[in-house]
Design a protein. Structure first.
Length: 86
């Protein structure tokens, strides 16, 4: 998918768990996992705004566009998390 989701990066920076973020945003951990893992087809602006408020970030810190070629060749770190920009 050309839109990459970097919620896991922000969670690590904030030292916050998925469960805590889901609770503070007001969505289920399962729905947050769908979004976090890039399987969501859409995200409501209210949800995006709540994520940004809780994580104290901008939408661009959570979402970024990447070409299909980048998505296929992007290296992963030891934990299997994609690293932005290689």
């Amino acid at each position: 998918m050309p839109i990459a989701v970097d919620i896991d990066v922000m969670l690590a920076r904030r030292k916050m768990s998925v469960g805590e973020l889901a609770e503070r945003v007001g969505i289920t951990p399962a729905n947050l996992a769908v979004l976090k893992n890039g399987r969501a087809k859409a995200v409501r602006f209210t949800t995006l705004a709540a994520l940004c408020e809780v994580l104290e970030c901008q939408p661009g810190d959570l979402l970024r566009w990447e070409s299909e070629a980048e998505a296929k060749s992007e290296p992963e770190d030891v934990a299997g998390i994609r690293r932005p920009g290689g």
